[in-house]
Design a protein around this ligand. Structure first.
Ligand SMILES: *Cc1c(COP(=O)(O)O)cnc(C)c1O
Length: 388
């Protein structure tokens, strides 16, 4: 990491002397900025990307966050969006036109799948979904009109991974824009831009904010790519985040290192115990010793996040539901990356997250361990597993 992690999380971008040396940054909760003269106004309008003119384009509070997120990913610049899905769709659409072709991994985040398989097909962009575990599959999907490769490593239900360095090299060789959804690992544990990927997108709703109180997203990349994205479509699409939400993420980032490591530590302790439990068929977790991709995982992630999936050994979906319904501490909710532990059952919810070519197992429950006491979480899981 180019800049020191603590410096990024506690100081970078926060020009305290500009506001009474306040330790916590002020929130520029304003939609617009005023000028003394027409000449000043004209100058500002020429650079909406870098000048306070209108908050859809630039806002000083959001800018603090842009600097921090870019530095965390080892990138030159970043854009912050009002949701992770806005970050994905803005980054994808900004580089495509009708007639282009995209290569995407087969189980990306569900709304990413819908963007590529639904909306963009309506606008004449075709996508081939591939098993991303073998680099040959990327080569085989290549067409004359391929423009972009989209990966998600690990993905967020069964945690398949792609060889990030190999995909980046493939993209460079073939002159493609490469994008990765890096929400699962967080920039703390994986920095794909430093492995050659052009653009890194995040659901900042998850680890980056970490308090389950904001929906947000980020796009990180080179100055050239980020400026190009802004110039092409940013002001048209208007995916901007509110300054107040940006401030909450700045506050959440203060503890990113503590939260993400605590959650990872709990997973490291709990996963091996669950793997040996008679009512667990399989645990999906990138760093699991039984994962055939463990070596790849460890070659590109410095540590593994505290999210894993359990395939429950049950006779039917009701057994899986009994496990979920008997959890006392884990909340039944979607999302993850906050302070609180969550369970997200696929059974009964499968319709919204199934893929025609690659279904997610029916007995899968995605678990996220938060920052609570690991013994409390383990005991809760064990007593609920007894009720399957
Ligand atoms: C949640 C999520 C998204 C979408 O982010 P939102 O902030 O909910 O819009 C995208 N990708 C992954 C991997 C996610 O988990």
């Amino acid at each position: 990491m180019k800049e020191n992690l603590s410096h990024i999380l506690t100081s970078l971008g926060e020009n305290r002397e500009e506001y009474y040396n306040a330790v916590s940054p002020a929130i520029a909760q304003t939609s617009n900025f005023s000028f003394n003269t027409v000449a000043e106004m004209r100058r500002a309008l020429q650079d909406e990307f870098g000048t306070p003119f209108y908050t859809r384009g630039f806002n000083p509070t959001v800018n603090i966050l842009r600097e921090k997120l870019a530095a965390l990913e080892g990138c030159e610049d970043a854009l912050v969006c009002g949701s992770g899905s806005a970050a994905v769709s803005t980054a994808v659409m900004g580089f495509l036109k009708a007639g282009d072709h995209v290569i995407c991994v087969q189980k990306p985040y569900s709304w990413t799948y819908k963007l590529l398989n639904g909306m963009l097909r309506r606008f004449g962009v075709e996508t081939t979904f591939i098993d991303g575990s073998e680099i040959q599959n990327f080569e085989a999907a290549l067409q004359n009109n391929t423009r972009m490769v989209f990966i998600e490593s690990p993905n967020s239900m069964t945690f398949e991974m792609q060889d990030i360095r190999a995909v980046a090299a493939f993209a460079k060789r073939n002159n493609l824009i490469s994008l990765i959804d890096n929400s699962y690992a967080s920039p703390l544990f994986q920095q794909p831009h430093l492995m050659g990927i052009d653009l890194v997108v995040h659901s900042a709703t998850k680890f980056l904010n970490g308090h389950s109180d904001v929906v947000a997203g980020a796009i990180c990349g080179s100055k050239t790519h980020i400026q190009q994205l802004f110039a092409n479509d940013w002001m048209t699409l208007g995916p901007s985040i509110s300054p107040n939400d940006a401030w909450l993420i700045i506050r959440g980032l203060r503890t990113l290192e503590l939260r993400a490591n605590r959650s990872a530590e709990t997973a490291e302790k709990i996963v091996p115990i669950l793997e040996n439990h008679p009512n667990v068929e399989k645990v999906y977790w990138p760093f699991s010793t039984s994962n055939p991709q463990e070596k790849l995982a460890k070659s590109q992630m410095s540590r593994c996040s505290g999210m894993f999936s359990l395939a429950i050994k049950a006779d039917d979906a009701l057994g899986v539901e009994r496990f979920c319904d008997n959890l006392n501490h884990f909340l039944l909710a979607c999302s993850w990356g906050g302070y609180e532990s969550l369970a997200f059952p696929v059974c009964g919810l499968a319709q919204s997250i199934s893929y025609t070519n690659s279904p997610v197992p029916w007995n899968l429950v995605r678990m996220y361990v938060g920052i609570e006491d690991s013994d409390l979480l383990l005991q809760d899981l064990l007593q609920a597993l007894d009720k399957v």
